[in-house]
Every structure is written in C-alpha cells, then in structure tokens.
Ligand binder design. Structure first.
Ligand SMILES: Cc1cc2nc3c(=O)[nH]c(=O)nc-3n(C[C@H](O)[C@H](O)[C@H](O)COP(=O)(O)OP(=O)(O)OC[C@H]3O[C@@H](n4cnc5c(N)ncnc54)[C@H](O)[C@@H]3O)c2cc1C
Length: 541
C-alpha cells in the first residue's frame, strides 16, 4: 500500500504530538508509532519541565545553569532561544489541557521545584506523573483532530531518500540529499507500506536500550538516529550518554526511575553502611549534576563490591513525601519498600542521549525535507551534558520551531520530485526460524555497551567494543537480507548501528568532558576538543 501525505511524523511522544498539533491546519498528517501511541519515554517522565516561571528566576540564570552543565559544548544561541521561548510553550501545554501542580488549591501559581544543577526552583511538574499528564493531554488533542491519522503498531524501517544533485547531474557521486517519506512495517500483518510525504519528521526518542541497564522504555532503540545515518544525514555528539544516577534496584522493577526531584527535596545518598559519600566528590554534594553523581556511585560500587547504594528521604515528613512523590511511593511500597521509613536501593542506568541527528535552529537535518526533534535530535542545547528537565522543554520548543518552518515552506513543496518510489522489496521471504540469533545479539550488544562503553571508559575497552560490534554487525547484515523483516530484527539492526556510532564517537574524543570520561584522558582539553563529534556514513557509490 502507498500513502501520500503532507506530514509524516515518526513517533508519538511530546515532540511528535506537539509538531502534529501545530501543522494539522496546514495539511494531512500521519503519525506512525511502533507500539500503542502512549508507549513513549515522555509517558514515563516524572520530574517535570524546566522553565523560567518564578519570581526570583531569570533567563540569564537558566542560561548559565544550562551552559555550566553542557561543559563548553552548548551552542549559546540555541540555549538563549530555547530558554526564552520556554514560558510560551509551557502556557501552550496548559492551553492543551496539561494540569501542572499548583502551590495550593486556592493559589494559581505553579508549584515550582528544584532539581540537581539548577540554581533556582524552576521545574513545573504534575505530581511525579508529569510525563503521563503531558502525553495524555496531547494525545487527547491529537485524536480529536480530523487532520491527524494514527498508525499504531507501525514501525518505520528506513527513510526514502534521493540524491537530487545526482539527478540534476551536478555531481556524479553524492549522499542522498532529499527525503520523501519512509518504508513502514505494519506489525499486525507483516506488510511494508510506502509513506510518501512532503515533510518527514523523526521524533523517535532516545537510545537507552543500547545499554543493559536503562530507565528507558522498550521503544528507545535509537531508530531515528540509525535511519538518518543510513540515509546519509550528519549525526553528532553520540558519546554523551547520560546515566541517571538513581534507578530503583530491585529484581522485579524493570526500568523504574527514582526522580532527581527526590534529591531536590532533600534526599541523601548513603552507602550500605549508612555513610554519606557525595561530599567526597562535589561541593554541591547530593545536588551535584547527574554525571558527577552517577560517576560517584559507580566508583563507590566498584570500591565496595555492593549491588547498590541507597537514597534516603526518611528524615522528611512522611505526609509531604507521599504527597510529592505518589508514584514513587506506591511503586516502592508495592515492592515492599516504604520510602518514608527506609532508604531506597538505587543504581545508575542509561537515561538520556544528548547527541543525535544534527539539526539547525529550526530542527532541519542536512537532508532536505527531513526534520528531527526531541531526544533523537542534536540541537546544541545540551552540549556535553543535559541539565535535568531541559529535555521536555527542548522537545516542545523545537516542535514549535520545526512546525513553523515546515508550514511556511509547504506551499512550495510537491510530491512530484519523487514520482517513482519503488515498493519495498521483501527479498528473503523465508520466515526466520532462528529467532535465537536475534535475541542473542540483542543481549550481547547491550552487555558489551554496559561493560565497555559505560560511565567510565578506557582505550582498551573501546577497542574491544569496536571489534565485537563490527563482528555482530556483519552477522546482522547477513541475517537481515535473508529473512523477512520483523520488529525485533529492525530494532536489532538499529541498536547495532547506534552502538557502533557511540563507540566511534567515544574513541574519537581524546579527553574527558561532561558525560564522556576516559581513564587515559582524564582531563578536559579545550585546545583540541572544544567541538562537536560529527559523523556521516561513508558514501558507497
Ligand atoms: C523514566 C524517565 C524519566 C524522565 N524524566 C524526565 C523529566 O522529568 N524531565 C525531562 O525533561 N525529561 C525527562 N526524561 C526524558 C524525556 O522524557 C525524553 O527525553 C522525552 O520524553 C523524549 O520525547 P520524544 O518525543 O523525543 O520521544 P519519546 O517520548 O520517547 O517518543 C518516541 C516515539 O517514537 C516512536 N518510535 C521510535 N522508533 C520508531 C520507529 N522506528 N517507527 C515508529 N515509531 C517509532 C516510539 O514508539 C514513541 O512513540 C525522562 C525519561 C525517562 C525514560
């Protein structure tokens, strides 16, 4: 089947849905999403969204905090733009029905809270269900809109790209430079459809599933980054993987995060013997930036051999803790941990990808008609490290920028430039009876990334990881073309590409900065490395 539309949006998190709502008055919109629409990282965000909304706060302070976290690699103009646009985007979320928590029932002011790395209380939240409340409000709006069509349980396989320069004869060999849609697998019936679109938007979220331990849901396999790279787009800064310091450590808890806001509310990190340790690492102690805290916990665990450290909030009033963290309280209680009476066992886990598809200030990749927004993009806001709660903000600001730009240029675009999109070639039609190969490779990639390309890296570990991933990629390559595509195989191919790109980027950066730490180069080297790590697929003619 072939669909011809104006806007193809891949992903139904905060970025994809906000973009859809903004362009729906200008054309037909299709949202393709690989599971149920609600299954997104957005839906699991707890802490909140950062913006300058408080009386004592200022744009300058938020800019300074963001630049300090980014450790020299933020793009100043992007930081200024995102932070100044923040309050308007928060008001828009509220107009769409997002009910942020107020200071009290008879007070209209938002209840702004503090998080690690912020110098002011500026996190707007909805209890500790912020993401769920945002996702639900945006989904409600989008489902009511007659111009927006949802394709749930549809997974994008690859982008459809052309080289206009080659077509025009201006060059003989070039990367593809125009995108006109994507091939998409309907996971219900196994058919691959062609979506031709004037504008294609990658809003595919993060890459947490590349690592063994992650706070991310299963959808976070870096598909957008892998597809864009295969299509010849530039990708950048993929070595900067943020590890959240405090994921719940419990055999029955899959990917459950203990929000940064718990430390913001006075939570203290202790080891198994009850000793506070953050004062050994940073003057901000438990409120230090995420990377500092994650590395400190990693170091404590390596020294002690313990399975976890603990986050203690028992000294705070029990009613206040329950009211502020209802989700965390209930979840922990269901596992036999009463957080008002006992410390919570926690470990670090892969949480956020600061790098991604390289985009300009309007969310455009360097492939024409292809935008990337939300966690899948590298905008320059986060630099070498993301400040807590700046990602939801970045997603809404860039959805707005990209939608405004795309709408303004839609008139001039037609689908005539790519008249003959060939239907998907199913190639090897045999159903795979070797599913074990897929699950084995999944497991091996996630484990090798955790062990060799995790919080603390070294040249030797990176080299080992590179050798292994090249062998695995070769195996996947053979498997991929011999069997029918399945969601597992598509995701496996993507995590392998993203893992390889992270290893390549980490190997190139011969210094330690922000989230990237290499034992052989423990210091920052501004003279040589005050720059992005940018990669592009080598051209195969
Ligand atoms: C547990 C947790 C807590 C967090 N807390 C906060 C917080 O408090 N504040 C904050 O600012 N940030 C937080 N973050 C980060 C933030 O939630 C994410 O960065 C943000 O929600 C990403 O939004 P997105 O729209 O880019 O992607 P997502 O919300 O992840 O949506 C991605 C979408 O793309 C779809 N998709 C992916 N690949 C394909 C494909 N091949 N084909 C079709 N569809 C595809 C997925 O199905 C999904 O619909 C948290 C993240 C997690 C995991």
């Amino acid at each position: 089947m072939q669909y011809d539309i104006d806007f193809l949006i891949i992903g139904s998190g905060i970025a994809g849905l906000s973009f859809a709502l903004k362009v729906a008055d200008a054309g037909r919109v299709a949202i393709v999403t690989k599971k149920e629409a609600v299954e997104t990282s957005t839906n699991y965000a707890q802490g909140g969204i950062a913006s300058v909304l408080g009386r004592y706060d200022s744009f300058d302070l938020h800019v300074q905090d963001t630049l300090a976290a980014g450790d020299g690699l933020c793009r100043q103009n992007v930081v200024e733009m995102v932070i100044r646009d923040g309050p308007s985007r928060i008001r828009e979320l509220m107009d769409w029905g997002v009910a942020f928590t107020r200071r009290s029932a008879d007070n209209d002011e938002l209840d702004l809270v503090l998080e690690g790395g912020h110098s002011q209380k500026r996190i707007a939240h909805a209890g500790d269900f912020t993401g769920r409340v945002i996702e639900q409000a945006l989904l409600d709006q989008a489902r009511r809109n007659p111009h927006i069509g949802f394709f749930e349980n549809h997974i994008a396989v690859d982008l459809i790209t052309y080289s206009m320069r080659m077509k025009r004869g201006t060059v003989t060999a070039a990367h593809e430079d125009v995108c006109c849609g994507a091939y998409v697998l309907d996971t219900g019936n196994g058919e691959v459809h062609t979506f031709r679109a004037k504008i294609t938007v990658l809003a595919t979220g993060g890459t947490g599933k590349v690592y063994l331990y992650t706070s991310n849901p299963d959808i976070a396999t870096g598909d957008g980054i892998a597809m864009a790279y295969r299509a010849g787009a530039l990708v950048g800064n993929l070595e900067f993987v943020q590890f959240h310091p405090t994921c719940l450590y419990h055999p029955e808890a899959k990917n459950f995060l203990i929000s940064e806001a718990v430390r913001g509310a006075g939570g203290i990190l202790i080891d198994a013997r009850g000793r506070r340790f953050m004062e050994d690492y940073d003057s901000k102690k438990d409120l230090a930036c995420r990377d500092v805290v994650a590395r400190a916990i990693d170091n404590e665990l390596k020294k002690s051999g313990d399975d976890s450290v603990f986050l203690d909030i028992t000294h705070k009033d029990s009613d206040i803790v329950q009211a502020r963290f209802p989700n965390i309280y209930e979840k922990c209680l269901s596992l036999g941990i009463d957080i008002t009476k006992e410390p919570i066992p926690v470990v670090p886990a892969a949480h956020y990808m600061c790098g991604g598809v390289l985009v300009d200030i309007d969310g455009r990749s360097d492939v024409e008609r292809l935008y990337a927004i939300g966690e899948t993009a590298c905008t320059g806001l986060h630099g070498a490290n993301r400040l807590a709660s700046n990602s939801l903000l970045e997603a809404v600001v860039y959805a707005h920028r990209a939608a405004t730009h795309a709408k303004a240029h839609l008139e001039k675009k037609t689908l005539d430039f790519c008249p003959e999109v060939p239907p998907w070639d199913p190639m090897g039609t045999t159903d795979s009876d070797e599913a074990i190969v897929v699950s084995h490779n999944w497991d091996e990639i996630r484990r090798l990334m955790w062990n060799y390309v995790g919080i603390v890296r070294s040249n030797k570990r990176l080299l080992r990881a590179k050798n292994r991933i090249e062998m695995i990629e070769e195996e996947i390559h053979q498997y991929y073309w011999n069997f029918k595509v399945t969601p597992d195989l598509i995701e496996l191919r993507n995590i392998a590409v993203v893992a390889h790109l992270i290893i390549q980027s980490a190997s190139l950066r011969k210094e330690s900065r922000g989230l990237h730490y290499n034992l052989q180069y423990p210091n920052k080297d501004d003279r040589h490395w005050l720059k992005d790590t940018i990669l592009r697929r080598p051209f195969v003619g």
